[in-house]
Design a protein around this ligand. Structure first.
Ligand code: HEC
Ligand code: HEC
Length: 364
């Protein structure tokens, strides 16, 4: 019975731990958590949907973004596109009326590259494409993806100071000097307002990776723990459990899930113990290109109830056990999908060692 009693105590001890220990970043991938609430996510998708018709139906935009092949288009004089061994026709020979760059330099007319084409793409694809193109700077060689809303807005204003196609599109000249003006159906101010309405959903700053605000996203904290006594075969496992988390508008989150613990003690008795409780996860995440934090607190929702039984040579015994412990684990993470922290949680008894593990997972 000695071993059985101990396994019960240790099952309970798992939740009676206060985590300290420096979290170790075991794995790195570049998918940042999207800390948007469900209403924010829906509002973002809806705000972007109002921009889409300009991207894929407005000829002043689409004709440069995959809508027109200047070599075959019937509305276009046949032109010889430049290639490696062929200088081709100079587009500026005819398209010489492109609005200057913001710094006053001349802009040169050319098509958008294939990966920035707008036609035959879903709203979500376009949203992720724009956010991908607006990825931020890399300070330490580890580039994003940290899309920057200001880069997108800058593009909608004056192509971020580059060849000024946005202003040219709104001038309605097609970059030509002697051609009837055909202005877009939307004004530049209206398009900018739609752009701001989209980025304002998240307070003017984009969060998370490309998909954030382009489609719904869901995450969970995968939590597990192992309790051992060094030099003894005894262990209690808290099996991995996914705690789904939901974000509020301010990036705070909450979630809870039932957990089971199983103890195995290969002593002279065949002893098993189990305990169950609910784990509650709370925290706050910020995932912008400026700041990345993901602070998590995990605690048991109620005192742990444990049960144990032992099959010993002299008979079977069982008992129930309620631990009163309500202690907390606090961990600091970066907020990357797949990120893992393993840490030693202080235990109630000096001989007992508890190792806990928290992983951020993206749910389908
Ligand atoms: C003369 C051709 C041309 C026209 C007209 C044009 N674009 Fe572009 N666009 C480009 C090129 C080239 C790029 C890629 C280089 C760059 O970033 O400036 C681009 C890039 C973009 C991007 C990706 C940049 C980002 O930050 O996401 C967006 C969005 C965009 N254009 C929107 C528009 C809209 C909206 C219009 C119409 C109002 C338009 N473009 C008209 C050529 C054009
Ligand atoms: C010989 C003169 C000429 C040359 C060279 C030329 N274009 Fe054009 N392009 C035109 C004319 C004229 C139109 C307007 C056709 C129309 O709308 O009826 C036009 C229209 C376009 C449009 C549609 C713009 C819009 O807003 O709808 C695109 C895109 C375009 N050209 C791309 C190019 C590219 C890329 C090159 C260089 C490889 C090029 N063009 C070279 C004369 C030329």
């Amino acid at each position: 019975m000695r071993q059985t009693t101990r396994s019960v105590a240790q099952a309970a001890a798992i939740l009676g731990a206060i985590a300290c220990g420096a979290p170790a970043l075991a794995q790195r991938s570049w998918i940042a958590v999207c800390p948007l609430s469900e209403p924010q996510s829906r509002a973002s998708v809806a705000a972007f949907a109002k921009i889409v018709p300009t991207l894929n139906q407005e000829p002043r935009c689409t004709n440069c973004h995959g809508g027109l092949d200047p070599t075959t288009s019937p509305i276009h004089p046949s032109v010889d596109l430049p290639s490696a061994d062929n200088p081709g026709d100079d587009c500026t020979f005819c398209h010489d009326n492109v609005v200057n760059k913001t710094n006053g330099e001349e802009s040169r007319w050319h098509l958008a590259p294939k990966f920035l084409e707008f036609i035959n793409k879903s709203d979500q694809q376009l949203c992720e494409q724009l956010k991908g193109h607006a990825e931020g700077p890399c300070s330490d060689g580890s580039c994003g993806p940290w899309p920057m809303a200001e880069k997108f807005l800058g593009h909608m204003t004056d192509d971020e100071g580059g060849d000024n196609f946005t202003a040219t599109a709104f001038a309605g000249t097609k970059g030509l000097s002697d051609h009837p003006i055909q202005k877009p159906r939307i004004t530049h101010a209206e398009l900018l307002a739609l752009g701001h309405a989209w980025t304002d959903v998240t307070d003017g700053e984009w969060q998370g990776s490309r998909d954030c605000g382009c489609a719904p996203t869901k995450y969970a904290l995968r939590v597990s723990a192992v309790t051992t006594i060094p030099g003894d075969d005894f262990r209690v496992d808290m099996l991995p459990v996914d705690i789904p988390i939901e974000f509020e508008d301010d990036g705070t989150f909450k979630g809870d899930s039932a957990v089971q613990m199983r103890g195995i003690d290969p002593g002279e008795c065949i002893a098993t113990s189990s305990a169950s409780t609910r784990l509650v996860a709370t925290g706050k995440a910020v995932q912008t290109w400026r700041e990345r934090t993901f602070d998590v607190t995990i605690q048991s929702a109620q005192p742990t109830t444990s049960q144990a039984s032992a099959h010993c040579p002299e008979g079977t015994m069982s008992r129930s056990f309620t631990a009163s412990s309500r202690d907390v684990w606090k961990v600091k993470m970066q907020g990357t999908v797949g990120e893992v922290v393993s840490f030693a949680a202080p235990s109630p008894a000096p001989a007992v060692r508890i190792t806990a593990r928290v992983e951020i997972v993206k749910l389908p």
